[in-house]
Design a protein around this ligand. Structure first.
Ligand code: ASP
Length: 349
């Protein structure tokens, strides 16, 4: 049966009058769930953010805005040439070009900013914030994002370190036995092809922010965007509830709208850890067969991190062994993540 617009409006108005629907299609978000009370300051991040959570926590205590504090926290990793998953020194795409993704959300003002596939700028988290602060847009990509960054005064630099260039050459040499590159199955093992930093924070007033920044899936097809620059996938904040973010296989997080889902689960009353686990189930629900082994176990890992408005925090991974960084009144530390599957169920290489 199809309803014309008028009949639909009349029917929904009648149902609403009978008390079955909210009076507005967009009720105040804060009415949807009991509000956690603001109180404890907490910063939570992927495990490579241990130095960053401490810096961000100290700055929040000193009065810095939550988003400025966590961006300062992730800048440490972005500017560290030895971290090959983020910013300067990040592993490049298939053409040997470092392309970076980042996004952020500022809870108190309900604003967001994002950049994708940006080149030659070491701190895409700050460019994402500049998109948020200085434009009416949310997302800029590629050449346009770089032009914008240059106009904002960011300095371009070569982000491909010698180590990352050597790893890329080794990847290229071993790509296809029939190509013209001689195999180099030698000295240095390329031990990961993913990595990212996500950081989320709440201050004593209950204001919340989130940021994620990455060089993405190494040796990716040029132009590929992961979850990190996508609002609702790589990170999400709702100041009424909390914030969440992800690292790991980005394509799966995009399909599950993972960070948004975690925040919505917290809104419905789940703890940050339960909400992260619920999102893991959601990721599995959305996972296509080619990503699964014969026993239905995923051939990748995904990690989630969350903080609630009242300072509770949590994290989860698909497989046992995940960790995340946190800083609150008990200090900066690495904590074990909850998980869906024990290590014994990881597919063998
Ligand atoms: N989520 C990132 C991406 O897919 C990579 C990672 O965190 O490992 O681009």
């Amino acid at each position: 049966m199809t309803l014309d617009r008028r009949t639909f409006l009349e029917k929904t108005a009648a149902v609403a009058a009978a008390g079955f629907l909210p009076r507005s299609a967009f009720p105040d978000a804060r009415a949807w769930a009991p509000l956690p009370r603001a109180g404890r300051v907490c910063v939570v991040a992927s495990s490579n953010g241990l130095r960053g959570v401490k810096l961000a926590y100290d700055r929040i205590l000193a009065g810095t805005d939550t988003l400025d504090a966590i961006i300062a926290g992730v800048n440490i990793t972005e500017l560290d040439p030895t971290d090959q998953s983020v910013g300067l020194g990040g592993l490049p795409n298939a053409d040997g070009v470092v392309q970076l993704d980042a996004s952020c959300m500022h809870g108190p003002t309900n604003r967001a900013g994002s950049v994708g596939c940006i080149e030659e700028i070491a701190t895409p988290s700050l460019v994402a914030k500049a998109v948020m602060d200085y434009t009416a847009h949310v997302m800029l990509v590629g050449e346009g994002a770089k032009k914008f960054a240059l106009a904002m005064g960011f300095r371009p630099q070569n982000l491909l370190t010698e180590q990352s260039r050597q790893d890329w050459l080794r990847w290229k040499a071993n790509l296809n036995p029939g190509d013209a590159w001689l195999d180099r199955r030698d000295d240095v093992k390329i031990n990961f092809t993913h990595g990212t930093i996500n950081m989320n924070a709440v201050n004593a007033a209950g204001d919340v922010s989130s940021v994620t920044t990455t060089s993405g899936w190494s040796y990716k097809i040029p132009g590929r965007l992961g979850d990190s620059p996508i609002i609702g996938a790589g990170q999400y904040t709702d100041n009424a509830v909390g914030a969440a973010g992800s690292t790991g296989q980005g394509e799966l997080c995009i399909k599950a709208c993972a960070s948004f889902y975690i925040v919505e689960q917290m809104r419905l009353g789940k703890s940050p850890e339960q909400a992260c686990l619920a999102a893991m189930e959601r990721v599995m629900h959305m996972t296509e067969a080619r990503w699964l082994d014969g026993r239905g176990r995923p051939k990748y890992d995904v990690n989630f991190y969350a903080v609630a408005k009242d300072g509770r925090f949590g994290g989860a991974s698909l497989y046992q062994g995940g960790e995340f960084a946190v800083c609150d009144a008990d200090g900066a530390r690495v904590v074990k993540s909850a998980y869906l599957y024990p290590n014994s169920e990881r597919p063998r290489e």
